[in-house]
Design a protein around this ligand. Sequence first.
Ligand SMILES: *Cc1c(COP(=O)(O)O)cnc(C)c1O
Length: 387
Amino acid sequence: MSDPSTSPARPGEGTRAVHAGLPEPSPDAPPMPGPVLTAHYHLPGDPADAAYTYGRDGNPTWTALETAVAALESPDEPAEATVFASGMAAISAVLLSHVRPGGTVVLPNDGYNLLNPLSERLTELGATVRAVPTGTARQREAIEGADLVWLETPANPGLDVCDIRVLADTAHREGALVAVDNTLATPLGQRPLELGADFSVASGTKALSGHGDVLLGYVVCRDAALTESVRRWRKLVGAIPGPMEAWLAHRSLATLHLRTERQQRNALVLAEELRGWPEVRDVRYPGLPDDPAHELAARQMRGFGCVLSFTLPDRAFAERLLAATRVVEEATSFGGVRSTAERRGRWGGDDVPEGFVRMSVGVEDAADLVADLRQARAAAAAAARAG
Ligand SMILES: *Cc1c(COP(=O)(O)O)cnc(C)c1O
């Protein structure tokens, strides 16, 4: 038992999430300053001496969020975060600022669906793209001679997991940089920089902000030159978040540990429920003890996330089931407080069966979610029988 009279070397994750990036308490000041809405700053004299000059280059509301995100992604070593207008802005900043004509980049072929069109763009720019499945021997083999290795783990929507440490070591021996899309896990669930990655990149639109009301992205690096490269890209393309969005995301961080704890608990309950249904196959959730990804996930993750996937017999069954849910809403995106699900095949960008459903589990009561899925299943089965 720890002695409560002595403070621990580092506060717990919840305490750090609550206080991350906030100013020291001072009389008459708000505990969390409001969003700074400005396009420019009073700027006498030499701009080199100024902390803030112009709104595209910096904003105190971003700085507070960047401090918070960096503290959560890299609690033990200094790191810097750069916030972006969206996850795609963050991903593009890393890929487009580092991939050169003649260079080679390794991408997952089962990752976020915009990686495919982005890889076409990289090819047009003269780079070689090797697209490989997450967590396979091919992924490791593809690293030979590469300049940049992109990992997404767990991969979305298939939920396969790869070993960040092993792949980062392999990549670094080849002189390649390593970026990890940490969207699904969040910094509380996984810390890619500690596992050897050079960039931890994420969409803050999902679990990080968690309320489905903000688009945001970030990149975190320990190497100052790498931070400089993505900051420069952000300035050149102007992919900056609004102060209000940055503020909302920062405010939401205080409940990240509560939300993810509850969401993960609910996700496990639903994964276990769904695998008991005869019409469901291939339930995937890294938190299921016999999931193919579980052993590795348990080693490198601190939580298993709120996303699960499963396959229904066909498109019609999946559509009927999703139309019949009342608590679970049919929507894309994930990580929010409200449970959502969708048939991924409707977008055409993922290599998944027609009956494949991705579900994001929210913070509702687990019993209500189970009851909702059961009544939707009965409705879908009745409709199927009626033809
Ligand atoms: C949603 C998502 C993105 C893109 O983020 P946006 O904020 O929507 O631009 C990137 N990677 C993963 C894994 C995502 O889920």
